[in-house]
Design a binder for this molecule. Sequence first.
Ligand SMILES: [Zn+2]
Length: 187
Amino acid sequence: MHVRTLVRSATATLAMTLALAGGQAVAAPSPAGDRALAPRVLTYDASASAEFKSAVDRGAAIWNESVDGVELRPVATGRRADIRILADNGWPRALPTTLGNGIVYIGRQAVVQGYDTVRISAHELGHILGLPDRKPGPCSSLMSGSSAGTACKNPYPNAAERAEVERDFGGVSVRTAEGPRDVVTAD
Ligand SMILES: [Zn+2]
């Protein structure tokens, strides 16, 4: 009478094992061959982000926790970063150049209004990672940005947002032919 329970338990264990294996860089690419073995590393320079430095580091860490295809790392001293993060008195915004490259401004105007600095940081980094704004939207969406209101402090991308970044960065043939974007993405 315990057979079914045991089978279910064994299946659950197997699924967990597979999930764990899937979370690591395994020896061979998937059968589809569409998965890079290691995350694409993007460096960021938060040395000019003033009082937002820790929020920026937290925003980057959240992306690292959330996706496998890309990893954000502080740039080494004296090296040029893929992403520059600056503090200023305007509205927060991102100026992506190519996928994974660009400048982020953590604007004090939104902070003064009460918006959460970690959510702002993760949101703007989301633009650098290729995500557009999704406004208006709920607090569960990172890219709903300011439309979710100042009470919203969620700094995590939702499943769809994570999947979009994984698609952009997870493939062997990462989009390299993409030209510079001339769109200034505010907030
Ligand atoms: Zn935005």
